[in-house]
Design a protein around this ligand. Structure first.
Ligand code: GDP
Length: 206
């Protein structure tokens, strides 16, 4: 049994000096604008409005931190989630894109308590060129990567498995590295949490 006992917004940051200081294990979420990242975080946190779900992509240009407390099989933990600004929004200037890249690179390479990064792709659309670039970039940073393919509910049952295989093939990762997810029917919630908590625990044991 996995139960969320608390979920709170912590802070917003645009630079390293603003990152929250408590040494909680952290998990970051990254994906193209509109991929369903806010919906995924809300679903994992079991809250409707922890993160604002929006139809105006490219708006959030900050790192947003949330603390989520979980009781999993009687084991209680608090983990910190970091919502990274979405990428791939066309109407963004070159300067803004560079600023985004600098902020993300700094965070991913220097955030010591960061256990894992969830790289979100659209199960129906498949990985875009930007998603492939993002994964290549993540593979050069310390945290573990979990690929989660969301909006799985948009595919018929028969098409779900092939779609997840395609995601793995395009991203050149093993099939079992990709988890299917849906914020609509909550598919994958336990699977994603169990994998993330295993990563957090493995790091803590080192
Ligand atoms: P973000 O920009 O990545 O944070 O994406 P949002 O969470 O705001 O979602 C973008 C749009 O996709 C919204 O209209 C959501 O309702 C929709 N959406 C998000 N997740 C899912 C999902 O799992 N299934 C379906 N069918 N739609 C989703």
């Amino acid at each position: 049994m996995l139960k969320i006992t608390d979920a709170v917004f912590v802070t917003t940051a645009t630079k390293a000096s603003q990152w929250p200081r408590e040494p909680l294990p952290e998990i970051a979420f990254v994906g193209r604008s509109n991929v369903g990242k806010s919906s995924m975080i809300n679903t994992l946190a079991n809250r409707n409005k922890l993160v604002r779900v929006s139809n105006t992509p490219g708006r959030t240009r900050t790192l947003n931190f949330f603390d989520v407390s979980i009781d999993s099989h009687g084991k209680k933990r608090t983990v910190r989630l970091c919502d990274l600004p979405g990428y791939g929004f066309a109407k963004v200037s070159k300067a803004e894109r560079e600023q985004w890249h600098e902020m993300i690179s700094e965070y991913l390479s220097q955030r010591r308590q960061l256990s894992a990064v969830v790289s979100i792709v659209d199960a129906e659309v498949g990985p875009t060129g930007d998603d492939v670039s993002m994964l290549d970039f993540l593979q050069g940073t310390p945290p573990k990567i979990l690929v989660v393919a969301t909006k799985l509910d948009r595919l018929s049952k028969a098409k779900q498995k092939p779609a997840l295989h395609k995601v793995a093939a395009v991203l050149e990762v093993p099939g079992e590295a990709v988890v299917g997810f849906s914020a609509v029917d909550r598919t994958g919630v336990n699977d994603v949490w169990n994998r993330l908590l295993a990563t957090v625990d493995a790091r803590g044991a080192r």
